[in-house]
Design a binder for this molecule. Structure first.
Ligand code: GH3
Ligand code: MG
Ligand code: MG
Length: 407
């Protein structure tokens, strides 16, 4: 439940930032000229910081998007005013409206493969070639060739609704559909941040020509991308990649917050080495995920963590061993009764700490866990000593024959 709540929050954050940007923009009319000048320069500061963060965290998709955003912002700020160039806002906006969604959509299909790697350099080449092409198209002699960007693709007249030309509009909508579909499949908060950046672009292009509005939404885009990197890095540091449970680092933090009374349980899958030897490490990983998903649902106010390997820890803040015991018994029984379907053909018989039944193509195996539990008392006064006592109890549970709880 809590993970779902976190996922919803991280999906909403980029849009809250967009709303804040809009509220801020509505207040900018009351600002003085020097204050407005600072706002118009702020996208560069945000892009610089954002690029440094993306570089540090090796996030090429964000870095390249920030580079494109910087180039687009510099182009709309400087080019139209240049004498001799005769660059029109209308053409520039159409180019920006094509370049940003195109790159965001294309980069969404690439796996993270580094910035200065061959793949990263190819992407830099792709971005540079677009800049060269845009510069070439904006020359007065080629202006005619830009007319295709203003053509109406749809059989409806949208000019009274928005000043965005139909080519960039359709491209942005295609990019949005791609990102929403990717989010539906991956649930990655990164996709949401790019969806929000595309929305910021549409807001900017909807009413172009206002440099403060442009600056505010470019800044918002940069902040949205930075927030996504920081959010992901946080969850990477504090949650376990395989099982999705909070990691040992999160456990260490929670242990420091435990108060006067608490109980700690240590859980360990029985004969897991034999299981791996019999069914393979990949199947072992799958089963580990399923066991973790059962352990996550522990009742009685317990919170589960992956301690490491096939070991888990459950903290029961404010609870005694007798409070926690029925919930741990229930959990142990739930795991032992839950069947795991194996699709691959494992070699038959041999005791691998698991019972298996069914046909060759789909067999059901059963996994058991042993649990040791201990509480804070006069003998064990710190979370570390309580954990050690729970570990000794776990050892006793193994000695007793496994698939049991010891205190
Ligand atoms: P016991 O009942 O005494 O706990 O026996 P055991 O085999 O579970 O214990 P042991 O500590 O000897 O082995 C733990 C095994 O867990 C070793 C390793 O193969 C497996 N294991 C640990 N982490 C992972 C993992 O992330 N994925 C997979 N597939 N296996 C893991
Ligand atoms: Mg172990
Ligand atoms: Mg084990």
């Amino acid at each position: 439940m809590k993970t779902r709540f976190k996922a919803v929050v991280s999906a909403i954050v980029p849009f809250i930032l967009l709303i804040l940007a809009y509220i801020f923009f509505t207040k900018t009319s009351a600002l003085t000229k020097p204050q407005l000048d600072i706002i118009e320069l702020s996208p560069y500061a945000v892009f610089l910081i954002g690029s440094a963060i993306s570089w540090k965290f090796n996030r090429s998709r964000e870095l390249f998007t920030l580079l494109i955003l910087s180039a687009c912002f510099a182009a709309v700020t400087f080019l139209p005013g240049q004498t001799g160039l005769h660059v029109q806002h209308k053409d520039l906006n159409a180019i920006i409206g094509v370049v940003i969604p195109l790159n965001i959509a294309v980069f969404s299909f690439f796996k993270e493969r580094g910035i200065l790697s061959l793949w990263g350099l190819l992407r830099i080449g792709f971005i540079l070639s677009q800049l060269v092409l845009a510069g070439w198209l904006l020359q007065p002699a080629r202006r005619e060739s830009l007319n295709f960007l203003h053509k109406d693709l749809l059989p409806v007249n949208l000019h009274s609704l928005t000043s965005i030309s139909q080519v960039p509009l359709v491209l942005s909508l295609i990019a949005l559909i791609i990102l929403v579909a990717r989010y539906a499949f991956t649930r990655a908060s990164q996709e949401v941040s790019f969806i929000a950046v595309l929305c910021a672009l549409l807001i900017m292009l909807h009413e172009p020509g206002n440099s403060v509005r442009l600056a505010v939404f470019f800044v918002a885009s940069g902040i949205i991308l930075m927030t996504s990197i920081i959010q992901d890095s946080y969850s990477m540091a504090f949650s376990d990649e395989l099982t999705g449970l909070p990691s040992r680092r999160a456990l260490r933090q929670e242990m420091m917050k435990l108060g006067m009374n608490y109980t700690i349980a240590m859980l360990d899958i029985d004969f897991f080495k034999k299981f791996n030897d019999k069914y393979g490490h990949d199947t072992g990983d799958d089963v580990l995920k399923l066991v973790a998903s059962t352990i996550r649902e522990v009742t009685g106010g317990g919170k589960a963590y992956r301690y490491g390997g096939e070991e888990f820890t459950i903290l029961f803040p404010g609870k005694s061993v007798s409070d926690a015991l029925p919930h741990l018994e229930e959990l142990r029984e739930k795991v032992s009764k839950r069947g795991f379907n194996l699709r691959s053909k494992g070699r038959s018989s041999s005791n691998a700490g698991s019972r298996s039944q069914g046909s060759k193509s789909s067999r059901q195996i059963h996994i058991t866990i042993s649990i040791g539990v201990s509480q804070k008392n006069d003998k064990n006064k710190t979370p570390d000593t309580v954990m050690k006592a729970a570990d000794s109890a776990l050892y006793r549970a193994k000695k007793k024959g496994r698939n049991c709880v010891s205190k």
